[in-house]
Design a protein around this ligand. Structure first.
Ligand code: SAM
Length: 678
């Protein structure tokens, strides 16, 4: 059993991701064997996948490896290991080395491991990996594993990681008396996991352990290789046939949608106008149709239905600049120009500019108290929010301003690059920042009566900024502990900000929210919630407001999108790949409407809702788009009809047009006077 505690890849964050994988994907599904769970905690799965797959190493899925093969889903590996009941003295045969991950786990659990792989390239790289990780009790060779490894037999346990039509005789023969063989058996499409236990010379027990899907076991006592292509074609055709029927039902239920610029398009959403909150999603942060459709729906909700808050996935101080412009207030003195951090094009684009221009015209005819507000829900503005609180207090309460300066000073070193705070905050010396920012928020809120009387709007703005500072500090601190914690922190902040806005807007206040589908669509109906323990603002709205919150998702098949290759990289216009055959987007495409609205509220199309509650892949493109690893970077499972109350479809979408300079990192060419032009 090698010491895998300190492999070069084994950083604390991957260790905690592994802990979570064991807890949520494996133990939660009933694997109880303490040694198997310990092995899964110790062996670093990320060391067995390609660089481009690193971030998915702890997903609840099989992942692609070389030679068109896969590394199996962690839960299935654990399930097989438990069934094989490998003991510390056992000699084990592993058929289908693949990446070498299962071999490593077997080596951790047993004494000697013999592993066979038919692809020489895989056998070689698996061997190198295992050696680098310090496993010395594994021997790997290239060959046909259906014939076993007679020289090393008998084996106390045999694991076969590919599906065959029957259990190869050679493998049965090479089992020791009392030995266990675990393998998938069935056709090429789907199999059943079976455990064979050898009781005597000719006496074998057989148990069935559930349905599984593995790559085929190709070999003398397995499948023939040449049958593959014809079968793959049959499969594709069979699937297309089944989908067409569901696609037809989607077509029948979905309503053609006019172009977003046609006033009739907003009216199609009147049915959602009795809600208190209408949340509008988007399947990417860079497709013009999504922005224009959201603007059209929002205009309608404002003009015809009295919505007075537009709350968006942007930082509070940035949105505040647009809000002041839209309400004909002067720019706040000393405030930084808005939307200067990556990704600028998300808000500095012609579609947002057109909407803000419309909002300003609309507001111009209204008394100040009735003007529509444009607000930011996000929390990435640590520096700008600190400055905003200080500027406010300097004027109104210089004594408290001094205290604020002292407390916020703790965060000064990280103000411009808060992500690095995550690491520093692990050190006890920096714990003080947390107390300071929380106390600051408390002190400000306690003075509401004194200060809000002067100018309630200014006070509210400062209080929200103090809240952003407190939550951002917590967000960056939790970032190091895992993606789910910090994501939950961020979406909870968004939800609490929305609640503040509704409270501040009075009993009748109603809001439209603009954010990505991943924030809007109920997380409980997606892999985010089901596998990763993540929640989102859509879920929280449903939990608190029931059907007074309506969640509307958006999707597309193909076209172009404004996105970057990586964080802080320049924006590019990229081609969006046509959707995958097994995705919800492909179903929408097959329904054959170029633009449509599918009403998914309970009671409207219940039979179809039931069908669409089956989990299917759905595409999520944020500000980064990676077409090469699209399946792993952008698709995730979701139950569409549970995720959303409606699905808006644009078969083809076009990239947004950034305002000058918004497509490049750095400040060059950026109009710092936007939106005021002053
Ligand atoms: N256990 C592997 C891991 O942890 O990465 C996953 C194995 S993958 C699901 C199945 C592997 O079985 C593939 O690498 C495939 O090439 C291999 N395979 C299929 N038929 C085989 C055979 N007859 N002998 C040896 N390997 C075979």
């Amino acid at each position: 059993m090698p010491n895998t505690q300190t492999t070069p890849l084994d950083r604390p964050d991957t260790r905690s991701r592994r802990e979570r994988m064991v807890e949520r994907q494996i133990a939660a599904r009933g694997v109880r064997d303490a040694r198997v769970l310990a092995a899964m905690r110790e062996v670093p799965r990320e060391a067995f996948v390609d660089d481009s797959m690193q971030e998915f190493a702890y997903e609840d899925a099989a992942l692609p490896i070389e030679a068109e093969q896969t590394i199996s889903q962690p839960y299935i590996v654990a399930h097989m290991l438990e069934a094989a009941a490998v003991q510390p003295d056992d000699r084990v045969l592993d058929v289908g080395t693949g990446s070498g991950y299962a071999a490593a786990l077997l080596a951790w659990l047993g004494d000697e491991v013999y592993s066979i792989e038919r692809h020489a390239s895989l056998a070689q790289s698996a061997g190198e990996r295992l050696q680098a990780l310090g496993f010395e009790n594994v021997e790997i060779r290239t060959g046909d594993g259906t014939l076993g490894w007679p020289d090393a037999a008998p084996f106390d346990a045999i694991l076969v990681a590919a599906g065959g039509p029957h259990v190869p005789d050679a493998l049965r023969q090479q089992l020791a008396i009392g030995g266990r063989l675990v393998m998938p058996r069935g056709d090429r499409e789907s199999q059943e996991l079976v455990r064979i236990t050898r009781r005597g010379e000719r006496d074998y027990d057989e148990e069935k352990l559930g349905a599984v899907r593995f790559v085929p076991l190709i070999g003398e006592q397995g499948w023939l290789e040449h049958r593959r292509q014809g079968e793959a074609r049959d499969r594709r055709e069979g699937r297309a046939e089944r989908q067409t029927t569901l696609a037809e039902r989607i077509r029948a239920a979905s309503e053609p949608l006019p172009d977003p610029d046609d006033p009739a398009s907003g009216a199609m959403f009147d049915r959602f106008a009795d809600a208190r909150i209408v949340l509008l999603g988007e399947a990417s942060h860079g497709s013009s149709e999504f922005y224009r459709a959201r603007a059209a729906i929002t205009r309608r909700l404002i003009e015809q239905h009295g919505f007075r808050i537009v709350a968006v996935e942007a930082d509070w101080p940035d949105a505040a600049a647009l809000d002041r412009f839209a309400r004909d207030l002067p720019p706040r003195e000393g405030a930084q120009p808005p939307f200067r951090r990556f990704p600028r094009w998300m808000w500095r684009n012609t579609d947002v500019e057109a909407f803000i221009g419309w909002l300003r015209d609309h507001n111009a005819n209204l008394p100040a108290a009735q003007r529509v507000r444009f607000r930011g829900l996000d929390l990435y503005s640590l520096g700008a929010s600190i400055e905003a609180v200080l500027a406010y207090l300097e004027d109104i309460d210089p004594k408290l301003a001094r205290t604020a300066r002292e407390r916020y000073g703790c965060l000064t070193p990280w103000q411009n690059d808060p992500a690095t705070y995550a690491r520093a905050a692990l050190d006890d010396r920096y714990r003080g920042c947390e107390k300071g920012v929380v106390n600051m928020l408390g002190d400000l809120l306690a003075r509401e009566l004194d200060h809000a009387a002067e100018d309630p709007d200014d006070w509210f703005d400062a209080a929200q900024n103090a809240c952003v500072v407190a939550n951002a500090e917590r967000y960056y601190r939790t970032m190091y502990h895992g993606a789910a914690e910090s994501w939950n922190q961020r979406d909870t902040h968004m939800f609490e900000t929305l609640q503040q806005l509704l409270r501040h807007g009075g009993a009748q206040a109603r809001a439209v929210v603009w954010a990505h589908n991943s924030h809007i669509g109920d997380a409980r109906a997606t892999g985010m919630g089901r596998d990763r323990g993540e929640l989102n603002i859509g879920q929280l709205c449903r939990e608190h407001y029931g059907d007074q919150a309506r969640l509307i998702g958006f999707g597309t098949d193909r076209g172009t999108v404004a996105a970057a290759d990586d964080w802080d990289e320049p924006m590019r216009v990229m081609d969006v790949r046509p959707s995958r055959a097994d995705s919800v987007e492909r179903l929408s495409l097959d329904a054959g409407r170029p633009r449509s609205l599918l009403d998914l509220r309970p009671g409207v199309h219940d039979v179809l809702r039931e069908e669409l509650s089956q989990p299917r892949l759905e595409r999520f493109i944020g500000v980064i788009y990676r077409p090469d690893t699209e399946r792993w970077s952008h698709y995730s499972e979701a139950s569409l009809s549970e995720q959303f109350d409606a699905w808006v479809w644009f078969e083809e979408t076009r990239a947004i047009t950034p305002l000058p300079g918004a497509d490049r990192p750095g400040k060059a060419g950026l109009d710092d006077t936007w939106p005021f032009g002053l």
